[in-house]
Design a protein around this ligand. Structure first.
Ligand SMILES: [Zn+2]
Length: 366
């Protein structure tokens, strides 16, 4: 099974100021910070305004967290929060530009600059919304790459570069799909005055944009697969931008819809429990030996992933239907997740619409 791309929203190494491995919530283990200073618990309170709030994200170890900047009376901090329950209050604070009182947070050395401190909000942290503070809300400039025009990205590629763009999103006729057991993705349109480019939104970003909304998007990654698209990652920020309102131009369709499957061919694969390597199932064998890391496991102990290749009416190319979309179909049609039941149900189905992306991968059924 070939995955079409890898979610890179947990690419923390280069862009993220905290070492996630060291900062598990509830862990009392001292962090190994740049200047080796122990974590300081600060019981005093801080008044701050919230800027550049990210959606709630998940680390590789399934730890929920989000980032923001905090503007206090005399300085500003980068902050990470390991308590998703705080997100709603902080979102409200961002939207209303109203101050909050934070208590029970930790100060940590900044990853890039030892003279600077970061704030860690954790399970112990409490936040209260305030109606006013003795200092004013200041607009905060995001430390970001230069704003690029969509036309320039389309023309030049810039694979794996972080860029910033300004424009508006179009969510009409777009579909979220399950990518694996932990993540979802959604391809949407983004337009500026020079052109239109697809953006892949991962997980928390999916519900954080509104149709027709204008945004300054900072730190979004260009990927060539094979045409340029933009993909959100852990440091991506969407800031509402009320100034630019532009009607949508004619957009290239991101998805095609088909009805009626003519042929169905499926394969089964398993994932190594140690390294997650994908391998096709060897019929008749009881033991699976991972060719990547050498670990042996019983086939019966591993979850099976189905992939189907189908021919649909009106499309010359084969359409790939991955496991989670086959599961979706099985749920719609009430059939079992076996090859025979799936092929029967799909070949006999004449009313379900298959939504297919530009790579001829099924994203959902309607
Ligand atoms: Zn392995």
């Amino acid at each position: 099974m070939v995955l079409e791309e890898t979610p890179n929203f947990i690419n923390l190494s280069s862009t993220y100021p905290f070492n996630m491995e060291e900062s598990q919530p509830g862990s009392s283990k001292g962090g190994n910070n740049a200047n080796d200073s122990p974590k300081k618990t600060n019981n005093s309170e801080m008044l701050a305004y919230v800027h550049n709030l990210s959606p709630v994200k998940k680390s590789k170890r399934q730890v929920s967290y989000f980032n923001c900047n905090l503007q206090s009376q005399d300085q500003s901090f980068e902050a990470v929060a390991f308590k998703p329950e705080l997100h709603e209050t902080m979102k409200e604070s961002t939207e209303n530009k109203s101050p909050i009182k934070i208590s029970g947070f930790k100060r940590r050395a900044n990853y890039r600059n030892n003279q600077q401190q970061d704030i860690e909000l954790n399970k112990m942290t409490k936040i209260t919304m305030l109606s006013e503070a003795p200092f004013k809300y200041k607009s905060m400039k995001v430390d970001s790459p230069d704003v690029m025009k969509v036309r320039s990205i389309l023309d030049n590629g810039y694979d794996r570069q972080m860029v910033s763009i300004v424009g508006h999103v179009d969510l009409q006729n777009t579909f979220a799909m399950k990518f694996n057991s932990n993540s979802r993705k959604k391809d949407i349109h983004f337009n500026d005055t020079t052109g239109s480019i697809p953006i892949t939104l991962w997980d928390g970003f999916i519900d954080s944009v509104t149709n027709g909304g204008s945004y300054t998007i900072t730190n979004i990654m260009v990927r060539m697969i094979p045409h340029p698209i933009l993909s959100t990652c852990s440091s991506t920020l969407f800031n509402n931008n009320s100034k630019i309102v532009k009607p949508a131009k004619t957009l290239l369709p991101l998805f095609q819809k088909y009805c009626g499957v003519q042929s169905f061919e499926s394969s089964k694969s398993v994932k190594c429990i140690k390294c997650n390597f994908n391998a096709t199932v060897n019929p008749g064998a009881n033991i699976f030996t991972c060719s990547e890391c050498g670990v042996k496991s019983k086939y019966s102990s591993l979850p099976i992933y189905f992939t189907a290749k189908v021919k649909v009416i009106g499309n010359e190319e084969e359409v790939t239907i991955f496991h989670y979309q086959l599961k979706e179909f099985a749920a719609i049609s009430g059939c079992d997740m076996t090859e025979d039941a799936l092929s029967d149900a799909i070949l006999n189905d004449e009313k379900t619409t298959i939504v297919v992306n530009q790579k001829n991968v099924c994203v959902t059924f309607l």
